[in-house]
Ligand binder design. Structure first.
Ligand code: GDP
Length: 300
């Protein structure tokens, strides 16, 4: 399955490390816990989250008198699972009175435009009509790139001009979506992180104009993060979280990294659900994220 093979790199390195851990196992002692910590850090789970996991594994091993390595590794998976599921996720905020508006945010190069195309394909497969707003007026070529995807997927694309006001493009797209009774509008926005105050102002304006055109919009704001940037991606994410109301994360390039542990860190540190993961450059390479298949995929 594409889902599992897309996680091959993470899986390979994680299970190899777990095997290494098993070789020297003689019980849950300090040495073992230290080595477990290293395994987690190598998967890019981050120090804070890794420490929590190690402590919890230690507690459960004591309470439940776990002895064998097999029991301990099952316990490790359980701890990560419970950590992810601690917070309950809201379902997709679908607008029942008109178009559902989704804004894509994130830094340049994270995969926003490609992910917008992939999402379009997913919604089409659910029988929904989609209109795109090329509101990344900042990155050279971003508008053309999205327009090409729109052609390929046969959906309308509302374009602004490079350097123009992204909010103006969103207004046009909202009006188009209403007039043509589209189910979903996806806005591909620019990610300028150099100046937090400007980013905040621009995102606020985009929200405001969407809300004015379509009550309740944007219904979802999805932050696109490049999984290969590991812990740096988390710092970036924090800046976006401070500037706008993000409702979910999309982790791209999971196929190109052994740092898949980032999913657990994101959940623990940012508290946001990972909605989808990107597993390649084509329009089909997106999967809804599911913690069970994920843990199964990297640990089995
Ligand atoms: P944007 O600047 O955020 O809009 O980023 P783009 O959508 O242009 O993506 C940047 C690069 O990453 C492109 O070369 C994409 O093909 C590539 N890319 C995006 N998502 C994925 C993914 O899930 N896996 C891989 N391997 N490449 C991806």
């Amino acid at each position: 399955d594409r889902y599992l093979s897309g996680l091959d790199k993470t899986k390979k390195s994680f299970s190899e490390r777990i095997r290494r851990l098993a070789l020297g196992f003689s019980g849950v002692d300090e040495e073992f816990l230290e080595e477990l910590m290293i395994v987690l850090l190598e998967a890019d789970i981050g120090i804070k989250t890794a420490q929590k996991i190690v402590d919890e594994v230690e507690n459960r091993a004591m309470d439940q008198k776990l002895k064998s390595f097999h029991e301990i590794s099952e316990c490790l998976i359980e701890v990560m699972h419970d950590m992810y599921c601690e917070k309950e996720d809201e379902p997709f905020h679908e607008n029942s009175d008109g178009p559902t508006v989704i804004l894509m945010v994130g830094v340049n190069g994270s995969g926003k435009t490609t992910t917008t195309a992939k999402l379009t394909k997913q919604f089409q497969e659910e029988g929904k009509s989609v209109v795109l707003a090329a509101a990344d007026t900042f990155r050279a070529g971003a508008i053309d790139q999205l327009a090409k995807w729109a052609d390929k997927l046969n959906v309308p694309c509302i374009k602004g001009r490079e350097g123009g006001d992204p909010s103006a493009t969103l207004v046009d797209a909202c009006r188009y979506a209403k007039e043509h009774q589209m189910d979903v509008l996806i806005g591909d926005t620019a990610g300028r992180l150099q100046n937090k105050a400007n980013l905040m102002k621009e995102l606020e304006k985009m929200r405001r104009v969407c809300e004015r055109e379509i009550p309740g919009a944007p219904h979802e704001v999805w932050l696109v993060l490049d999984a290969t940037t590991g812990q740096n991606g988390i710092s970036q994410a924090q800046i976006f979280l401070e500037t706008t109301n993000v409702t979910g994360i999309i982790l791209t390039k999971m196929d190109g990294t052994a740092k898949g542990g980032i999913v657990i860190a994101i959940r623990d540190l940012l508290g946001l659900p990972v909605k989808y993961i990107g597993l390649g450059e084509k329009e089909d390479d997106l999967r809804p994220f599911d913690i069970d298949s994920y843990l199964y995929g990297i640990c089995e």
